[in-house]
Write a protein that binds this ligand. Structure first.
Ligand SMILES: [Zn+2]
Length: 291
């Protein structure tokens, strides 16, 4: 990581009137919560399941075809409870300090609650859902339910990698099993999801159209190549089409730097946890954040 680029980014943050953050899985990996590989924290929390099923990753367990709903919810309850109760990762805490009191919005494809537990709901759009909620598997209705107390209750009833079938949570209306509110083929894009997208659009409209001449910084953090249509491509388009938008892309790996965004973008490759920590220190020195 080169110092001048970090200085340049710190300056862009300081002069920005508002910040739009696009957070991908790399940000959670930097926080120690990699759901696509077995990180130490998740290996420990899900040890009996990892040993029994040999899942290739925690997220592979989510998509596994279990032999019963009891077996499925045994895994879900332990996995979800971990996400509710594990500490907020340092990169998320640093990010909060970095944006400070500036108007900010976070669009994320992460479903592991780190964003929704770090920022207030009116600042967040969890585009792919959020493990902190359940939906009917059908779904028969436009309702999602917060599940913290549910998973606390279920994990207390676990017998190894199994949960008694009668404890499997079911839809109060149709009786079908509940599932986490996370993107798959029956994902509920109902009122809660639409409200999240509307919050994002309102933020954009405000800073791009209602507030003329204001500087909007797009800060893309750990976004991979898997679903570019949600964060990366819209961010490129917003940058290209609006003269007061600047785009910063922070990633562990090398990122594409489109030619047409030259002069309106910067790219910082390297460890995201370290970058955010150093950025926080820089802004702290200049008095932009409290430290
Ligand atoms: Zn139902």
């Amino acid at each position: 990581m080169t110092e001048p680029i970090l200085d340049q980014l710190a300056e862009k943050i300081e002069i920005a009137d508002a910040v739009l953050i696009g957070a991908g899985s790399g940000l959670s990996s930097a926080a120690g919560y990699d759901h696509y590989h077995w990180s130490p924290a998740l290996s420990k929390a899900l040890a009996p399941f990892q040993e029994y099923y040999r899942f290739s990753s925690p997220f592979a367990g989510f998509y596994h075809c279990f032999s019963s709903y009891g077996a499925q919810w045994a895994y879900y309850s332990q996995y979800i409870r971990f996400m509710w109760e594990t500490p907020i990762g340092q990169p998320y805490l640093d990010l909060k300090e970095i944006v400070g009191s500036k108007p900010a919005f976070i669009l994320t494809t992460n479903v592991d609650m780190q964003v929704s537990r770090s920022f207030s709901k009116d600042q967040v759009c969890t585009f792919q859902g959020d493990f902190g909620f359940c939906q009917c598997c059908q779904p028969c209705q436009d309702q999602i339910w917060e599940n913290h107390s549910l998973v606390q209750r279920l994990t207390q009833a676990l017998d190894g990698v199994n949960l008694p079938e009668e404890m499997v949570p079911r839809c109060p209306d149709c009786g079908r099993v509940l599932i986490p509110w996370v993107r798959d083929d029956t994902f509920l894009e109902g009122t809660a999801w639409q409200e999240g997208v509307a919050r994002y659009r309102t933020f954009l409209r405000h800073w791009l159209m209602e507030q003329t001449g204001k500087k909007l910084l797009l800060l893309e953090l750990g976004v991979g190549e898997m679903t570019p249509s949600i964060i990366k491509l819209p961010f490129w388009q917003l940058t290209a089409q609006n003269e007061n938008v600047f785009y910063a892309c922070l990633n562990q790996k090398d990122s594409h730097a489109p030619e047409h965004l030259k002069g309106k973008s910067l790219y910082l490759q390297g460890d995201l946890a370290e970058t955010l920590s150093r950025l926080r220190q820089k802004l702290c020195k200049t008095g932009s954040v409290s430290g």
